[in-house]
Design a binder for this molecule. Sequence first.
Ligand SMILES: [Zn+2]
Ligand SMILES: [Zn+2]
Length: 249
Amino acid sequence: MLKIDLHVHTTQSEHAFATFYEILEEAIRRKIEVIAITDHGSSVPGSATAIYFAMADRVPREHKGLKVMFGCEANIIDKEGNIDIKNRTIKKLDILLVGLHNRCAYEDLGEKENTAAIIKCFEKYRPNMFTHPPTMYFKFDIERVCQAACDNNVLLELNLAAMIRLDNNHHREDLKLYKKMVTVAKKNKKKFIVTSDSHFLHEIGDDSILPKYMKILDISEDMILNNYPEELKQLIEKQNKERVNLLNE
Ligand SMILES: [Zn+2]
Ligand SMILES: [Zn+2]
């Protein structure tokens, strides 16, 4: 079980099934220590609106000893790498995840432009994490994107929900992309962040599939940032400070 799970969806993502407090209670039951609530940005159909994220300053950051972070899994929406959450709201968040999702505002521009859009997003927003890099809703150059993530201090995610899909033989072709991602991370001496990307209570913090894929992908325990809570905390603080400075420019 993860002690730190930084990618969790509530019913505010519409296609997720557990509420904020149900998740916090279940996280405590599972002895999770830090949880980040990261619903989809508003361009995902049915997802939370701007005003939900604007409530960030009132969200409790602690619940019966559980540390609660409040964030967003924002979507890249155009070729300039813009995302679907306002700068003034981003500044209130504890964590900003960015992903490229289908069925939202982003139109497929082809591999070259998609790659450029993601890199521009990293440079513009310095998100804390790029979610499920090898999940190819759109074609992009995984090596260039992962290198740009390393250059901009953006964490690469090992997304457990995506691994389960892979294990169920969905998107099996993504496995070679995972291998490329691991190669780039190793070359840059970067650690991965493991998250559940849970949409259901039973998925929170459940990393039972992880050992199998760490073996397949030749990832060692010392490459998992979740194992180093203090280093992770300091990194997020540094990323957030840099992002606020960037957005204030
Ligand atoms: Zn996602
Ligand atoms: Zn997600």
